[in-house]
Design a protein around this ligand. Structure first.
Ligand code: GTP
Ligand code: MG
Length: 402
């Protein structure tokens, strides 16, 4: 009996050992495949590892029960949010660069899903590159033709003349750029792939995330009832929005009930003249509440602008459109400056100016940050409310770095 028992025990121990070895090999293989995300924490205490294949399932499970992610489970919270991208097939590697950084700086701890949209179908190469870069589930979507084409009321000759007039301005002669701006102004939030989400974070190819993000900006927004978050503000080229303010004022006159009181209009209106001062949130980065854009008033505003035709006759950008909407519909304290998110798009960047934070988390030079400078409108934004959650004195104190 004792002998048989021992043999059984040996077999059981051997089988157990083999299973442990196989599991170990499986994880080693998985980790080496994803070595580009080497800073990602390994699942702790028997946690469910998140892979592109099961991320959606894990993400939709009640938080705190999956044990999937120490950061998520300790706070017990994650927002109903998505990382949103509009891109072309040829931008796959530029997007990979952005996403590698976003994953390393932030999403390896949270595994937020991605929605990636295009006016043409994504090819298998693009999908392969993205799938191998991210830790969250990815959905690829095609934009419906009616959201990326001329509406019937647009005079195509007048649109062609409009492009000719702007030939000296960046993207002034581009038709696709105009479709992109119109889509980002009025349609992306209608895409069925976004229907289930409340917040989005817009990401573009070829941008840089230059600091660790040590908390969840979506949850930060949700807990404070914030509606719109930005990292960079700029002045728009006047000729691209020549009649945007007039058209916006018409809208406010027709629909005074849609304008909030208090609002943030003083940030965009020149005191002396009452004109638009060209200030806008640079929308290539934005973290915002989709329900703001889905609201009746935002949709009415977009329809009003779209009827006027300025997306095609001029070159209205989604940045000034979102910004004027935020100015009309939001209080200043519903808009947040993510000063601590290091972000670079082309020549402009936000680099945290607090030296201690910067040294510990970033690889950007605060002297290059656009926000303390006159080209941006960030100081004016912050000065509207000296009691705001961002401490302007921090910025003032740190300016000597410049
Ligand atoms: N699918 C698709 N995406 C586009 C098209 N044009 C622009 N985009 C995307 O829309 C976003 C904004 O376009 P950008 O070309 O970056 O425009 P921008 O940020 O104003 O200008 P730069 O980045 O300085 O060139 C990016 O995510 C692009 O990938 C297009 O024709 N089709
Ligand atoms: Mg861009």
């Amino acid at each position: 009996m004792g002998k048989i028992f021992n043999r059984t025990t040996y077999r059981a121990v051997f089988a157990l050992g083999l299973t442990v070895l196989l599991i170990h090999l499986l994880f080693t293989f998985h980790a080496s495949r994803r070595s580009d995300l080497s800073t990602a924490p390994s699942p702790a205490n028997g946690a469910v590892p998140i892979t592109p294949g099961n991320a959606a399932k894990v993400a939709s499970a009640p938080l705190g029960t999956t044990g999937a992610n120490p950061t998520v489970t300790t706070t017990g919270k994650r927002a109903n949010a998505v990382l949103l991208i509009l891109a072309r097939n040829r931008e796959a590697f530029g997007l990979r660069s952005s996403l590698k950084q976003l994953e390393r700086r932030f999403n390896h701890k949270y595994h937020y899903p991605y929605v990636i949209l295009n006016d043409e179908p994504f090819d298998s190469n693009f999908k392969r590159i993205v799938d191998q870069t991210v830790s969250g589930n990815v959905s690829y979507g095609l934009i419906p033709k009616e959201h990326w084409s001329y509406p019937p009321w647009i005079d195509l000759n007048k649109a062609a003349e409009g492009r000719e007039k702007l030939k000296n301005v960046i993207y002034g002669t581009s038709e696709s750029y105009r479709h992109m701006c119109r889509f980002n102004s009025g349609f992306f939030f209608h895409h069925p792939l976004l229907a289930q989400y409340d917040y989005y974070w817009r990401v573009e190819p070829d941008v840089d995330f230059t600091c660790n993000i040590n908390y969840d900006p979506f949850v930060y927004m949700q807990e404070r009832d914030l509606q719109y978050g930005f990292t960079i503000t700029l002045h728009e080229f006047r000729s691209t929005v020549a009649t945007l303010w007039e058209t916006t004022k018409d809208f406010m006159a027709q629909h005074p009930e849609y304008v909030s009181h208090p609002n943030t209009l003083e940030w965009v209106v020149e005191k002396a003249t009452g004109d638009y001062n060209m200030c806008h949130f640079w929308s290539n980065f934005e973290i915002a509440n989709l329900n703001l854009l889905r609201s009746e008033r935002y949709r009415a505003y977009f329809d009003h602008l779209d009827q006027a035709g300025g997306f095609f006759y001029e070159r209205w950008g989604d940045a000034p459109v979102h910004s004027l909407a935020a100015a009309m519909f939001l209080r200043k304290d519903e808009i947040h400056f993510f000063e601590d998110i290091g972000y670079r798009h082309s020549v402009y960047e936000n680099c945290p100016t607090g030296l201690t934070f910067n040294l510990q988390n970033c690889n950007c030079d605060p002297k290059r940050s656009i926000n303390p400078q006159g080209l941006a409108c960030t100081r004016d934004f912050l000065k509207m409310d000296p009691q705001s959650d961002f401490n302007i004195t921090t910025m003032e104190q740190n300016v000597p770095l410049l």
